[in-house]
Design a protein around this ligand. Structure first.
Ligand SMILES: [Zn+2]
Length: 433
């Protein structure tokens, strides 16, 4: 076989050579004749095209164009369907990957079944993200509808959600709004309108050192002062308790910035902690840190005490056993009717930053206090959900009375978004009473 092929190749190359040589000899010396014959050939070709064209009617041409167009459409359709099939395949793969992840990591983060399609869509648009981050981001993205969602905190929400998978997703938003994603006394903000009845003084919100509440009543109980509006309410509450045969009295109310500082660094407390006589000014940085870690749970640092607002009172006794007294129980159940709330409830220490204080009450107005009481939320949560977002949009609203603020800005949103206490929470709350 090979031999034959070689022979054929050899023969054909000889023919090509002979043909080329004959062409060269024809063109040489016969230039003019060649031009004439070329133009004649051209005419023949043109008439040939005309003949061919005649064979094709206009109708035929239209048919041809139609056929071409059809095939283009079919091609476009094929391309589209192919792309869809590829996307479907990717989706299927991602779907399976996400599904595998649910089984693997369902306990590690919140895979919300109804978001499944969203996770996958988000994943397709953000292919560099890990499936876990996709889930975290989609979960947070779905919180954008919440009236207290703050877009500036988006990254903080995602990070906090990632680090605290056991915290329900709506609480993630609330806790970050409070500031709980960073340690207490970090990222502190200066309170803009300390005269507002809606004020929140806590471990993230600081009062000015020279702030003194206006219009406070210095004669409420044992010369302990409190703001007028809160004072009136306190007297009413005291009277109502009296009618039940109970005696309530304020043992600590307004405290200045400097006084709070002295309370925090009280010598008897230093002695108790160090079990030896140590002066504040002689403490090392390490010792200060240790003392703070112990003292912070029960006492506020200067500028962060609710007592400086002139809207807080400690009642009867500052011992946890007060909760079990008839007065303690009555206050827990009834104070909201007079505009007071239990500010540091049991089981909420991680939010308030304080141990349970059954004696510490804060005046926030009857309507607001009723809502806080019914929701089972701490004031820190309530403020972060229903008050701060309004103040952020319009700082002037801080000048409104608590009741007006509630009627205008809280009531509707509160009824829509405050989830009632869960069974578990109700049991827990009733136990503390
Ligand atoms: Zn107190």
């Amino acid at each position: 076989m090979k031999e034959i092929r070689k022979y054929v190749l050899k023969r054909s190359s000889i023919y090509v050579t002979v043909f080329t040589l004959s062409l060269l000899s024809t063109s040489c010396g016969k230039k003019e004749g060649a031009i004439i014959s070329a133009s004649r050939n051209n005419n023949i070709a043109t008439s040939h095209i005309d003949l061919l064209d005649d064979e094709f009617s206009e109708e035929d041409k239209e048919k041809e164009e139609f056929a071409l167009k059809k095939s283009e459409e079919r091609y476009a359709d094929y391309k589209k369907r192919r792309e869809e099939a590829i996307e479907q395949k990717i989706k299927q793969e991602l779907y399976e990957m996400c599904s595998t992840l649910i089984h693997k990591e369902s306990k590690m983060f919140q895979y919300i079944e109804e978001n499944h399609e969203q996770y996958i869509d988000f994943y397709i648009q953000n292919k560099s993200m890990s499936p876990k981050d996709v889930i975290l981001n989609v979960n947070i993205k779905n919180c954008e509808v919440l009236p207290y969602y703050n877009n500036e905190y988006k990254d903080r929400y995602v990070t906090y959600h990632k680090n605290n998978p056991e915290i329900p997703i709506d609480k993630i938003i609330v806790y970050v709004n409070i500031g709980l994603d960073t340690p207490f006394y970090s990222n502190t903000k200066d309170i803009e309108n300390p005269y507002s009845d809606l004020i929140i003084a806590n471990k993230y919100n600081k009062l000015p050192a020279d702030f003194v509440p206006n219009g406070y009543d210095k004669n409420i109980d044992r010369d302990l002062s409190i703001k007028g509006i809160a004072s009136e309410a306190f007297k009413e509450m005291k009277q109502a308790a009296k009618e039940e045969g109970l005696y309530i009295s304020s043992v600590s109310a307004y405290r200045s910035y400097n006084y709070q500082e002295s309370v925090y660094w009280r010598q008897s407390k230093l002695d108790e902690f160090f079990s030896s006589s140590k002066r504040r000014k002689n403490l090392s940085e390490e010792q200060i840190k240790e003392y703070r870690a112990w003292r912070d749970n029960v006492s506020a640092r200067e500028g962060h005490s609710e007592h400086q607002t002139g809207l807080a009172v400690d009642i009867n006794s500052t011992s946890e056993s007060f909760a079990k007294t008839p007065e303690g129980k009555w206050l827990a159940d009834n104070s909201y009717k007079y505009g007071y709330i239990l500010r540091y409830p049991k089981g909420k220490e991680h939010i308030t930053g304080y141990d349970y204080e059954p004696w510490h009450f804060r005046y926030i107005g009857v309507k607001m206090a009723t809502a806080v009481y019914e929701s089972g939320l701490t004031y820190d949560e309530f403020h972060a959900m229903f008050i701060e977002p309004i103040l952020r949009k319009d700082p002037k609203t801080s000048e409104l009375s608590s009741d007006d603020f509630y009627n205008l800005h809280v009531e509707k949103v509160f009824n829509q978004y405050a989830s009632p206490q869960t069974e578990e929470e109700l049991i827990m709350t009733s136990k503390t009473r």
